[in-house]
Structure formats: C-alpha cells, structure tokens
Write a protein that binds this ligand. Structure first.
Ligand SMILES: [Zn+2]
Length: 582
C-alpha cells in the first residue's frame, strides 16, 4: 500500500512526514470529491435511477478512501506528536479523522449496512404518497393548502395528512439510530450527535448549553411574537385565543417559520417586468460591488439556474444549492429562479456560498480545509447576503424599489422576525436539537419518541397538535433532516445568530448606518471584512475567527439589538394580553 511509505520513521522529521502524508491525502480527497460531486450534479439536474446509482457508486469510492484504515492509523499516529506539528497540519489531520469517522473501513460491514439503510430511508421518504380523503396529495400541494386555505377543518385534515409518512419512516429511523451511533463509536466518539458537534470542537453538552442560551436570551422577544401571532390567527379563524398555537393554524408544517402574517411586507409586485436572468446578475453585482471578482465564465456555462421549460422531459431537484464541484474553480449553482422577491434573496444567498468557495480556494488553504470556519459560517454568510439584500436602501439602489418608496418599517421588521428568524431558533435550538440529542446521545427508547417530540414542541415552541398524537405516529420523521442530515440542525440557529453579528459590525462600524436600514452596495471595506473571514476557510478555530473579526464571541446581542424597535412595538400591541403559555 502506497501510504505505508509514510510510516513514521525516526530518520525523517515529523513535520516532513506529516507533509508527505497530507499531500497524498489532499490529492486523493480532492480527486474523489470531484468525481462524486460531478455524479451528484448530474443526479440532481437530471433525476433518474441510473444517475442516482452512479452518484451512489462515486460516493462509495470516496467513502472507501476517506475511511481507509491505513489513512486512519497514520493520522492517529501523527497526531500523537501534535506538539511538534504546525497548527494547520493538526487541523488537517483532525479533519482526516472526522471524515473517516463517517465511514470507517475498520468495520466495513457496519459502514455498508449504514449506507444501505440510508439509501432505503431516502427512497421511502422520496416515494411516500400522502393521501387526503383517499386521494394522493403532493408535499407542494400540502404547503399550498396550508398557505391559502382558511377553513380550519380542512387545514386540520391537510396537516394530519402531512404526518402520514412518520409511521412508514419509523422502523428505518430506529435502525439508523443504532447504525449511526455504531459508526461514530468505531472512532471513539460517544455517539453520532457527539461526532457531529466535534466539527465545532464542542461536546454534546456544550452544544446543547449554547442552544439553551440562545433560547434564554431570545425568549422575551419570542413570547411577544407568539402572543401577537396567536391573537392575529385567532382573529383570522374566528376562534377564542388559545394558550398555545394549534399547529394547523400556521402555514408551515413544523411551525419552524410563521409566514403569511404580514401582507404589507410583500414585495413581489416590485419584480414584475424583471427577468430571472436579471435576478442572478443583480446578485453577482452585489458581490462584485463589494470588491469580489466576477463569477468565472464556467459558472454561467455549467450552472442550472432557471426552471425547466414546459414539456422538458428532464426532472431536476428544485431545492436551491451552490456547489464547489472540484474544490477549485468549478463553482455551480442549482436554482429555479423566477422574478420574485424570494428568488432575489435566494440568489444573493447562494452566491454567498459561491464567493465563500472562491475566497478560500488558494494555495494557503489545503483542499481538506476548504470549508467554512465551522458548518454554520457558510450558511451564515449566505443568510447575511439575503439580509443585506432585503434592506430598503439597497432595494432602492438596485432599482427594485422606486426612490420615493415609503415602506412600513414595522411590517418589514415583523416579517423578518417571523419568517424565518425568531421561531426558527425555538424550533432548531429547542425541538430539533433536544430531541436528536435525546435519541442519539441518550438512547431515548423508540416507544417514547413521539411523546418527547411533542413535549418539546409544546415547551419550546408554544405550539400543540390539533389532537393527541400517539406512539404509532413518528412526527419527527416527517422532517427531512431527521432522516438524511441528522444531528445538524443547531447549525441553522448558529448561522442565524452569527448573521446578525456580522451584519451589525458592517452596518455600525463600516457603513455607519442603522442596522435595520442600510445599504452594502459598492462598499469595498465591507467586502474586505467578509473576505478576510472567508479566505481563511477552516484553517483557524472558528471562535478565533469570529473574535478577530468582530471583537466578540458568538452572542445573540446583535440579534436582540436588531429587533429592539420591534420589541417595543409588540409590547404595545400586546398590552393587557396574557403572554406565554405556562
Ligand atoms: Zn445555504
């Protein structure tokens, strides 16, 4: 075996041995990453069983390399000398072991069983047929109904239909809990939750405590929003005001965001007459105006940016994403852009990922560390761009809004808070994080899964089901991430908190404009601030990156500050109303 050539020998200095080993591993990692990404790109832009099978094969090849026992052994042996190695070397070796821990070939049967169980779970999830009154109904139709139907009995039937996939997914999830924990334990992680939070350099207890702190800080604001929303909804449906919000009153199936409550913040009319191409170009102009380069020509040639033409036999994944296909200059985005406000913000978000890729693709950042400072940084950067793109002065500067446009600032802020910012924290930090920690780290027995799930929805989110749910249901499993991206959801909460910290620094310290009313367009200094963070990739501990950039640790302070005017308005609206649900 080639790697045996780098077995530790006293004759060669340890740093040199590590350099040799890592140059081999980086090259293999990058090559196999590219092959898998290409196969996945084809599978996502031209959905077919053949393309799915190629992507799975490429994934197995990459996993076999990442989890190779010789690679694991060598990285572990080198890390015994971490004191003699440069910090970037240590970070790469730790990354090698984190990658290996997802599929350690020290136990090939376990790894194969997990891949098979995950493929099966995905197929149950993707092919599940929801039924309403005996007729099939798609997930999109369910969401449309919840957005538009005002009849409570019908809403309840639709909401209950949306939970039908749980029982079908529960047996697979029980098996995956065991297999995922087994895989994680192979490289001495306590369980799968512990393995996932290791990417943050944190323990399960530390991550849960961080999420609890977010909720403690934001609870006064959430309680005010919750009170305002339940009074609005009770009025809408002609019902007495409940303590907790019935889940089927909200437009989102999991109450993770509360859209559709603020009509005055709808900007779709302002995009009439624009083209989808204009939307993507505007997003590129946002970034290039900050001093980032133009997107490479290959981006425009290889991306798949617009909806399929009617009659096109091809099927594509409709979820927006951005890809670093070769961990080098091949950057692509998959979107289905239409000229409306949601795609305007999404395009800014996706290119945020693209410019993150571009910024850390440099010789000083080895392929293994071409990542965000932590998993939430990437998402946070995309979200930051979307937040900046939603600011009224920016919308005026780009011509979306007329120069004399007078907005309802409270409506804008309220819409920001509801959709998806503040309820998302109580869903992500609360229900999702606590339930998955219970299931993976504390082995909660499956016969208690649904009761625990609803206990958290009630306690953290202040939401309740329209009628009691039993253990034959498995309502957690109706959420995609529970099946295919487990123990990860706290990252969205961290990204949200982080976005407000970065935004506040730019608005206050660089632009000298109010945080709720500012314009990044054309500001090179703001661009430099972001590029300094992005260009590091994962070559530095994320806490250090954040502290060096903002002078602060991760904190909800900026987020609370941003919503201060809204808090005052909500308190006024809610005067005399009972707040909370206990
Ligand atoms: Zn994203």
């Amino acid at each position: 075996m080639l790697l045996a050539a780098t077995r530790l020998t006293a004759a060669i200095p340890i740093q040199e041995q590590a350099d040799q080993f890592l140059s081999l591993v980086n090259a293999g990692f990058q090559a196999l990453y590219r092959v898998e990404s290409e196969a996945q790109w084809v599978a996502a832009t031209d959905v077919s069983p053949v393309h799915d099978a190629s992507a799975e094969t490429a994934g197995k090849a990459r996993a076999a390399f990442n989890g190779n026992p010789a690679v694991i052994k060598e990285a572990q042996a080198l890390l015994e000398h971490r004191g003699d190695l440069s910090p970037v070397t240590v970070l790469q070796l730790e990354r090698v072991l984190l990658n290996a821990a997802e599929g350690p070939m020290t136990n090939p049967q376990l790894v194969a069983d997990r891949i098979e169980a995950e493929t099966k779970q995905a197929s149950v999830l993707n092919s599940f047929v929801f039924k309403l009154n005996g007729q099939p109904i798609t997930a999109n139709e369910i969401d449309d109904q919840l957005r538009t139907n005002r009849n409570l009995a019908e809403r309840r039937a639709v909401w209950e239909a949306s939970k039908q996939s749980g029982p079908a997914l529960k047996p697979g999830l029980i098996r995956l809990q065991q297999l995922r924990n087994g895989v994680a334990q192979e490289l001495k992680h306590k369980d799968y939750f512990a393995l996932q939070v290791a990417a943050y350099g944190m323990t399960t207890e530390e991550m849960v405590a961080l999420q609890d702190r977010f909720m403690r800080d934001l609870r006064p604001l959430y309680l005010q929003l919750h009170t305002w929303a339940k009074y609005e909804l009770a009025k809408r449906y002609g019902q007495p005001v409940p303590k907790r919000i019935p889940a089927h009153w909200l437009d989102n199936r999991w109450a993770q965001e509360w859209p559709g409550l603020v009509a005055a913040a709808d900007l779709d009319d302002q995009f009439k007459g624009r083209t989808a191409e204009w939307i993507v170009q505007a997003a590129e102009r946002f970034w290039s105006g900050l001093g980032f380069p133009k997107l490479p020509a290959s981006f425009w040639e290889k991306s798949d940016l617009y909806p399929l033409k009617p009659g096109d036999p091809r099927k594509k994944n409709t979820h927006a994403s951005c890809w670093h296909v070769d961990l080098n200059t091949d950057i692509r985005s998959l979107m289905s852009v239409e000229p409306n406000s949601e795609w305007f913000l999404t395009a800014h978000h996706e290119l945020g990922h693209g410019y993150y890729f571009i910024s850390y693709t440099r010789p000083e950042v080895p392929p293994l560390l071409r990542l965000g400072a932590n998993p939430a940084f990437h998402e946070g950067m995309g979200e930051l761009a979307a937040l900046a793109a939603a600011q009224e002065p920016y919308l005026q500067a780009t011509g979306v809004l007329p120069p004399d446009f007078k907005s309802d600032e409270t409506a804008f802020l309220l819409n920001d808070a509801l959709n998806p910012t503040v309820p998302l924290i109580f869903w992500a930090s609360g229900t999702m994080t606590h339930w998955e920690a219970d299931v993976y780290a504390h082995n909660l027995p499956p016969e208690q899964w649904n009761a625990r799930w609803w206990q958290y929805v009630r306690d953290f989110q202040g939401v309740e089901p329209p009628a009691a749910r039993g253990e034959e249901d498995c309502d957690a499993a109706t959420k995609t991430h529970i099946n295919d991206n487990p123990c990860y959801y706290y990252s969205y909460a961290i990204a949200t908190v982080l976005k407000f910290q970065l935004h506040e620094f730019i608005a206050r310290k660089i632009l000298h404009q109010p945080v709720q009313h500012c314009n990044y367009a054309g500001n090179r200094e703001a661009g430099n601030f972001l590029r300094n963070i992005m260009a590091k990739g994962a070559t530095q501990d994320w806490r250090q990156v954040l502290h060096e950039a903002t002078g602060e640790d991760l904190s909800t302070r900026a987020m609370m500050e941003y919503f201060k005017p809204l808090m005052a308005w909500l308190e006024l609206q809610n005067q005399g109303r009972p707040v909370g649900w206990d």
